[in-house]
Design a protein around this ligand. Structure first.
Ligand code: GAP
Length: 513
């Protein structure tokens, strides 16, 4: 079993080697935290988006989808709070000239202490074997308790400083903890400054030139495109509360510390849904969406212990409940999706800034109000990374050889089946192509005739193709083929006319309702 770092390197190299993800602009030495999806990555990514869209829009008659523009009126970002408050605290090291997020330096420092606790546990586990009780060990071992005390102390000081926006205090904490620059090894730090994460550009003539309005921003979230279209959709679609508006689209953030492959990117994609409800019912709906969204993840067949909720204790000023669904990535549990109860903050702010009333007339109550909003927000790329890294493994076979397997949920796999003539002669390639011609309107298929069939199976295993359909000499006389299952490697004989039903049955869309 490789360690987590080696495994993560394997994820990145496998993604590149098989055409899932390439570094952007690679022949020009790349562009930090920007990636391109290759021929197989695009299929997997599209399937993830379709799986989300189906579950959110197709399966809910009260949720509709839109596709709003990336460019939006600059005042939208004033109203949303992004111009004034979408900041990260950054700090530079004067010797290395490298820039860091002050909060990340502190969190990394805490993670190092957590590592020490894990190492103590690993040592004790080896010593005590099966009888090892981690819970008991961490609550009694003196060294672990001391590490935990340090973590708690740093955490509480750090949270207070972050909440108060105390930048001088953050710098002092970095100095007090003796944090050094990983490159220069020195503590020669600048002051901490706020750094806005939005990419901006001068937009030229965009109409209203009051305040800063010739500055255009690349949207840092898709949600605002939904809020500003609330009335358009509600009226044109005659939507009745409660109802939702969903959107999938690109978002851009000038992340200072962009790392961990496609986990934190500067250009990424979000799948967001804003659900508009009657004031006073929002917490009920928040609980509903919290459960519903976790069920969506679990329906993919990934074990439940890979997910956990992280309820926010400290809430943004406009939220009255928030939780993250975290996934256990190769580098630990991290946020995959956020579910937020955003009150009437967004619609009220846009009403205020635009001068247009964004209200709903509730005919049952006979009154107008500003709806409250529950938001579900998930990154496409993070979902890709979660599914891809969970699916990838090396498997030792009974004969001692090793195969690399990408055990993707069939509904998401780039190719649903590969059609393989056993040999490149005797009419087998022609028969294989006939099969492809009858199935290709319903399924993504790949034809492969190169190399021995065993090697072709391995290639399909490595790209996650759930079924290999092999045409052999019997096929030419009895119109049956061998269908090999990727995960079990079991083979069965099936008539060619039964292939479509077989694939439909085994690659069903997953039901989440
Ligand atoms: N509208 C709410 C919102 O944008 P967020 O927690 O900032 O909330 C939502 O982002 C999701 O978008 C995250 O849970 C994550 O999956 C994804 N995401 C955010 N920043 C990202 C980045 N730099 N790279 C990749 N995905 C990102």
């Amino acid at each position: 079993m490789p360690n987590q770092e080696d495994f993560f390197k394997k994820v990145v190299s496998h993604a590149k080697e098989y055409g899932f993800i390439f570094p952007s602009s690679e022949i020009y030495d790349g562009l930090a935290a920007v990636y391109d999806y290759g021929q197989l990555g695009t299929e997997l990514k599209n399937n993830i988006k379709q799986y989300w869209w189906r579950a959110m829009v197709q399966y809910h008659e009260n949720i509709v989808g839109i596709d709003s523009a990336i460019f939006m009126h600059p005042r939208i970002w004033k109203a949303s709070g992004h111009v004034d408050a979408f900041n990260d605290p950054l700090i530079d090291n004067r010797d290395s000239k490298k820039r860091y997020r002050a909060d990340v330096l502190i969190e990394d420092h805490i993670a190092k202490i957590e590592d020490k606790i894990n190492k103590e546990c690993d040592k004790a586990h080896k010593r005590f074997g099966e009888a090892f009780d981690r819970q008991q060990f961490v609550s009694t071992n003196a060294r672990v308790l001391e590490h935990q005390r340090q973590i708690d102390e740093i955490h509480s000081r750090y949270s207070e400083l972050m909440n108060a926006g105390d930048l001088a205090g953050l710098k002092q904490l970095i100095l007090d903890l003796g944090i050094v620059c990983p490159v220069s090894g020195t503590r020669n730090w600048t002051d901490v400054r706020q750094f806005n994460l939005m990419f901006s550009m001068k937009g030229g003539n965009i109409g209203d030139r009051s305040d800063d309005s010739d500055t255009l921003y690349l949207r840092p979230e898709t949600a605002q495109g939904i809020f500003v279209n609330f009335l358009n959709v509600q009226k044109s679609g005659r939507m009745k509360i409660p109802f939702g508006i969903a959107q999938i689209g690109k978002a851009f953030r000038n992340e200072i510390v962009a790392r961990q492959f496609i986990f934190r990117m500067r250009e990424f994609e979000q799948m967001e849904m804003q659900f508009f409800v009657r004031p006073g019912t929002e917490l009920e709906w928040f609980r509903h969406w919290k459960e519903e969204r976790l069920r969506w993840h679990l329906a993919l067949g990934i074990p439940a212990e890979k997910y956990r909720y992280h309820d926010h204790e400290k809430l943004a000023h406009y939220a009255n409940a928030a939780t993250d669904i975290e996934f256990e990535f190769p580098f630990g549990f991290k946020e995959l999706e956020g579910i937020h109860s955003r009150t009437d903050f967004d619609l009220s702010r846009h009403s205020e800034f635009s001068g247009k009333k964004l209200q709903y007339f509730d005919s049952e109550l006979g009154e107008s109000y500003t709806p409250y909003v529950i938001e579900t927000s998930i990154g496409v790329d993070r979902t890709f990374l979660a599914i891809f890294s969970h699916a990838l493994r090396d498997e030792v076979l009974p004969d001692g050889s090793v195969r690399t397997l990408l055990s993707l949920p069939p509904v998401l796999a780039p190719y649903k089946a590969a059609v393989l003539p056993l040999v490149k002669k005797d009419g087998m390639p022609e028969k294989a192509r006939q099969i492809i011609d009858t199935l290709k309107y319903d399924f993504m298929l790949q034809y492969d005739e190169k190399d021995a069939v065993g090697r072709r199976y391995r290639r399909q295993d490595a790209i996650g193709t759930p079924y290999c359909i092999t045409v052999d000499s019997d096929t030419l006389t009895d119109d049956t083929v061998t269908v090999r299952d990727r995960d079990t490697m079991q083979q069965q004989r099936i008539p060619i006319q039964g292939l479509s039903d077989f694939l439909h049955q085994h690659i069903q869309p997953i039901h989440v309702e």
